[in-house]
Design a protein around this ligand. Structure first.
Ligand code: ADP
Ligand code: MG
Length: 707
């Protein structure tokens, strides 16, 4: 049967309607979708390890036949054990499966199977054994052909389809692929980098072709760096890069109707809100932003700066310029709590101005919300703070001139384009508090201009960071008491992944009481968490800010926004539970004044190896860029949740850290391609490529913006 990439997967041998439904659930509808379901790893089954040669500690794939199998219970431990002896020509090994009695029926004597796992010493049988290994049963001769005697792919389970079922499908697909297909990578690029043809790359991704140098070739596959992988990764990056660059080109010819003037009166207004002298880096960033505002084309700028570098004031100065020119400003944070905190600090900074500032979140009551919306529509609200819902909801602005998006890493490239889809086209300033290495910023945010605040306000000192196991809490308390005695204030932070997690909230509340009543009866202890009503939150924060509280016990609501320079010590409980970027953000709440600050990471031992590295990194450095690099490294290839959190589009094969070189290559190639288009040197095949890319942006990324 000849198939096309667009053929529905349900027509492939071995699929059928039921499996097709399960595949569809995972977003796999076509043959092409299936080919993009990449193997987790590859196993070399060209020659199996001899069972007789296995040693304790080996991680091996063996093939053998069931010799004996019996099922028994260990009632005292509530355990069922399926114990087998599996043999090949060289010897035998014990294989045990725990609490999977239903496997019994499959393992009749003489059944052939492939097993993969670590060889361990089994005290009960006094022999070497495989405990709960991965296994595949092999039946007909055809099975052996597909699943042994070659390098095979291992897949993540999909519905109730395990590796073997998925491999059968992959095999049926790959066997019947057409001779060639449309290639989204232009011919010149393929030639320049000697890339595999697309279909061959896709086929080899599932069934690697490895020659005599098997081991190293296989390693490349397992690392996702084989020629087949690289070809597909380059394609993915190219698709995105062309999109981003066409966006730039398109924007270059856009003309906005807003007109800005910056005269002495406005300069005065901008200066008036400054509680301090801006750093040179802040001045430079503001200048770049104001130039954008005054230019005829809409601003799309990324303001990047480490935590504590002072982005807020720069954004706010830009806001003043917009307001003074008669435009409204939308200030968007990634969560409601952060929006609230921004609102509070903005209100403080604008206290002496006459601007109308409002907070619009889902916590605002209906009647109040309607009133606010009317005020926004009428233009009496000049600056409105909220979440992304601000632009998704039916908020009508009188004249929205500037959108400030804070905490870019949770917004993402794609969400930004939704502004435009709403018929809004403000100047856009994206602020990222999570420092992404500059090289990556340029490639991943290729559609934005970049301003960097690469300097901290004067007088900042590195934050001394120590690690303390939780059983040394008494010592931590002594340090806290000492800090307060010196007239400083202290944060004690509790992890709360979701503000709705009642249990952790209870822990924070109990801790606050415990500290207030038992440990520091003479000190003033406050509690801050996301469940508090706004006025309460405001009260607690302002009491802390005014020095009326010595210790603030808080959930992670203080991650961004709180700004109390007299707070010089932060204790983070359960530090092992936090991500690196988040810990860095949190820690940034201290070290804001001239006094030396410290941070104590209290950890519950033992911690995982990865958590250990996170914590150590934090103790070693305060450099956000270094931290971001380690963070990205630790998340490792394939952790797309992590990538998503950074607001970077998901890639199927590519990993922006591991594959930096390809990202850069894709950027250069995209530049050439787009230049051809701009200069009118597009060939018919270029045109076809562009057509195809447009389709991909729409289908796969929801990006419908390149006209
Ligand atoms: P971030 O870049 O993390 O958003 P913020 O805007 O919250 O940083 O600023 C961090 C702290 O530094 C705040 O207390 C702010 O008032 C202070 N700050 C910012 N710029 C300066 C400056 N030029 N001089 C002194 N303090 C500053
Ligand atoms: Mg900030």
């Amino acid at each position: 049967m000849a198939i096309e990439l667009t053929t529905s997967i349900q027509y492939i041998k071995g699929v059928g309607p039921k499996r097709a439904a399960a595949l569809e659930k995972a977003g796999i509808r076509t043959v092409e979708d299936f080919l993009f379901y990449k193997p987790l790893r590859y196993e070399d089954r060209r020659a199996f390890k001899e069972i007789g040669s296995l040693r304790q500690g080996d991680v091996a794939t063996v093939s053998g036949k069931v010799w004996t199998a019996r099922l028994y219970g260990v009632p005292r431990r509530g355990l069922s054990v399926l114990e087998m002896v599996v043999r090949d020509e060289s010897g035998s090994i014990v294989v045990k499966f725990f609490n999977q009695p239903y496997l019994r029926d499959q393992f009749q004597k003489g059944r052939r199977m492939v097993l993969f796992g670590e060889v361990r010493w089994d005290d009960y049988s006094g022999k070497l054994a495989l405990l709960n290994p991965e296994f595949e049963l092999l039946d007909e001769a055809r099975d052996a052909q597909i699943h042994t005697g070659r390098v095979v792919p291992i897949y993540r389970k999909l519905g109730d389809m395990k590796t073997k079922a998925l491999r059968n499908i992959a095999h049926a697909v790959v066997e019947n692929l057409p001779g060639g297909s449309f290639d989204p990578l232009p011919e010149d690029i393929r030639q320049r980098h000697s890339l595999l043809p697309r279909l061959r790359a896709l086929a080899e991704l599932h069934f690697p072709v490895v020659g005599a140098d098997g081991a190293s070739a296989l390693a490349l596959y397992n690392e996702g760096r084989s020629a087949a992988h690289r070809r597909m990764i380059l394609e993915e990056f190219f698709v995105l890069q062309v999109g981003l660059q066409l966006l730039r080109v398109q924007r270059a010819v856009e003309i906005k109707r807003r007109k800005y003037a910056v005269d002495d009166r406005i300069r005065e207004a901008v200066k008036r809100i400054l509680p301090f002298h801006p750093t040179a880096a802040q001045k430079r960033a503001l200048k770049e932003i104001v130039e954008d505002l005054c230019s005829r084309k809409p601003m799309n700028r990324l303001l990047q700066g480490d935590v504590g570098s002072g982005k807020t004031i720069v954004g706010l100065q830009a806001a003043v310029v917009a307001i003074e020119n008669g435009y409204q400003v939308a200030w968007m944070a990634p969560t409601e709590i952060l929006a609230e905190q921004h609102f509070l600090s903005i209100k403080r900074l604008l206290a002496r101005s006459a601007y109308g500032v409002a907070l619009l979140t889902s916590a605002v009551r209906k009647a109040e919300k309607e009133k606010l919306k009317r005020a926004i529509a009428a233009g009496s609200v000049h600056l409105v703070v909220g979440t992304h819902a601000l632009i998704q909801e039916d908020v009508a602005f009188r004249d929205l001139g500037l959108a400030i998006i804070d905490e870019q890493h949770r917004f993402g490239v794609l969400q930004r384009s939704s502004l435009k889809e709403k018929g809004l086209d403000p100047d856009t300033l994206v602020m990222t508090a999570t420092p992404i290495p500059r090289s990556l910023a340029l490639t991943v945010y290729g559609d934005l201009d970049l301003s960097v605040i690469d300097q901290l306000p004067p007088g900042r000192q590195p934050i001394r960071t120590l690690l303390k196991p939780s059983d040394q809490r008494q010592e931590v308390y002594r340090i806290v008491a000492g800090e307060v005695q010196r007239g400083h204030q202290v944060y004690v932070v509790y992890p709360l992944v979701e503000e709705s997690e009642r249990k952790d909230l209870k822990a924070a509340t109990q801790m606050a009481n415990h500290l207030a009543d038992r440990i520091f009866p003479g000190l003033r202890v406050g509690l801050l968490h996301g469940r508090l009503k706004s006025p309460q939150k405001e009260e607690v924060m302002s009491r802390f800010a005014q020095g009326e509280l010595d210790i603030l016990v808080a959930t992670t609501v203080i991650e961004v926004g709180i700004d109390v320079p007299n707070a010089t010590l932060m204790v983070i409980e359960h530090a092992e539970r936090f991500g690196l970027a988040q810990l860095h953000q949190l820690r940034g709440r201290v070290g804001r004044g001239r006094a030396t600050s410290s941070c104590i990471l209290v950890v519950e031992l033992p911690v995982s190896e990865e958590a250990g590295r996170r914590l150590q990194t934090l103790c070693d450095t305060c450099d956000g860029f270094r931290i971001a690099e380690v963070d990205l490294e630790l998340r490792g290839p394939g952790d797309f949740a992590g990538v998503r959190q950074w607001g970077i589009p998901q890639f199927g094969f590519g990993n922006i850290v591991r594959d930096r070189d390809l990202l850069e290559l894709a950027r250069q190639e995209a530049q050439r391609f787009v230049a051809r288009s701009v200069e009118g040197r597009f060939s018919a095949s270029d045109q076809a490529v562009l057509q195809h890319l447009r389709h991909r942006w729409r289908e796969k990324m929801g990006l419908a913006l390149v006209g």
